[in-house]
Design a protein around this ligand. Structure first.
Ligand code: GLU
Length: 341
């Protein structure tokens, strides 16, 4: 009997795990024509995008009988990857930083050569994200200028944060050649910090999140480094998509910080392409807004969300399917008219 129990418990665990993730994992299913399959691109599993994609996915899959939509969530390289994948049709939806959405739509930065990406559409915005610089106590880094000569992760290609960390250092007249620059995924950075193979890393992310918790909770003590001063003010003046922000010290009690950390930030936004159908975008928008209180409870980074501020920080035109819901719900007056189709 005991032998059977020993054997059963891992099976029960597996079944439970499966039940918890049910609804958002990729499945090999036949594809009847009345169903719509959608994929949502997110970021590293340690960030806020991945659970956000999972939450949206579960909410829409619960209404399968009503909308016949099957959603799956994908861990990806981040904002830039998601925007490009949504534009080329590999993904139907993605989460992307508001600054990256702006740059793609205007044909700036990574999109300079390809030009303005006019098929990009906004659905709604989500949590605020801060450009967060974490450094080990032993590195002696206390300001962004102290990065010189150190080992610093700027972020992986395809992520949103790579561009933000490059903007931050150049605002302070530091070049990637002034230190040993690394370009690994955010998910790897806390481990490298704790193994003493990295002195600092940048991550543009909502707070609190598991990645920074992991980085602050190990043997190696770390602090969140402020990014402020006239150099930052000059960057914000020329970049309409950046604003000042704060990382609250209370969210990371194991970090060396005792007071809130000033930095700058952007917003996470939910994006799609003009080629995705109005009905699908309408269904997702409707289900998120109609289940707003439940959605808000799904991650502590959503604490500041209101239905109104989920319509701020958008820099590509709204998808007509989302507009249909905002009209119905009386939210349309809140929307910047230049975003309407
Ligand atoms: N802002 C990051 C990026 O665009 C992702 C943050 C997250 O996964 O929460 O790459």
């Amino acid at each position: 009997m005991k032998g059977i129990l020993n054997w059963i418990s891992p099976v029960v665990l597996l079944v439970l795990l499966f039940a918890f993730s049910a609804g958002c994992e990729k499945k090999q299913t036949s594809d009847p024509s009345d169903r719509t399959f959608i994929s949502i691109g997110t970021g590293s599993v340690s960030g806020v995008y991945y659970p956000t994609g999972g939450a949206i996915c579960r909410i829409i899959n619960k209404k399968f009988k009503t909308y016949q939509i099957k959603a799956t969530v994908e861990s990806t390289s981040g904002s830039v990857y998601n925007i490009n994948a949504v534009l080329n049709g590999d993904l139907q939806f993605g989460i992307a930083q508001s600054d990256r959405q702006y740059q793609a739509f205007q044909g700036e930065k990574e999109w300079m050569e390809k030009g303005p990406q006019k098929d990009l559409r906004s659905v709604f915005s989500i949590h605020p994200e801060s450009i967060t610089l974490i450094a080990t106590e032993g590195s002696g880094i206390k300001t962004i200028q102290d990065l010189k000569g150190k080992r610093v992760n700027l972020g992986n290609p395809g992520s949103g944060q790579l561009g933000n960390s490059q903007d931050a250092i150049s605002a302070f007249n530091i070049s990637e050649k002034d230190f040993k620059a690394e370009y690994v995924k955010a998910v790897e950075a806390p481990g490298l910090i704790q193994d003493e193979r990295l002195d600092a890393f940048f991550y543009t992310v909502g707070h609190p999140n598991g990645n920074i918790k992991e980085a602050t909770s190990g043997r190696i003590k770390v602090r969140i480094i402020p990014i402020e001063g006239p150099e930052l003010d000059a960057l914000l003046k020329k970049s309409p998509y950046y604003a000042k922000s704060i990382v609250p010290a209370r969210l990371y009690p194991n970090a060396l910080n005792t007071v809130d950390v000033p930095t700058f930030g952007v917003k996470a936004t939910f994006i799609t392409s003009s080629r995705v159908s109005d009905d699908v975008v309408y269904a997702i928008t409707r289900e998120i807004f109609e289940n707003f209180e439940g959605f808000k409870k799904l991650h502590p980074a959503y604490q500041v969300l209101t239905k109104q501020n989920m319509l701020d920080g958008l820099s590509a035109p709204l998808h007509p399917g989302a507009v249909r819901y905002y009209k119905e719900a009386g939210l349309i007056q809140r929307i910047d008219p230049s975003l309407l189709p």
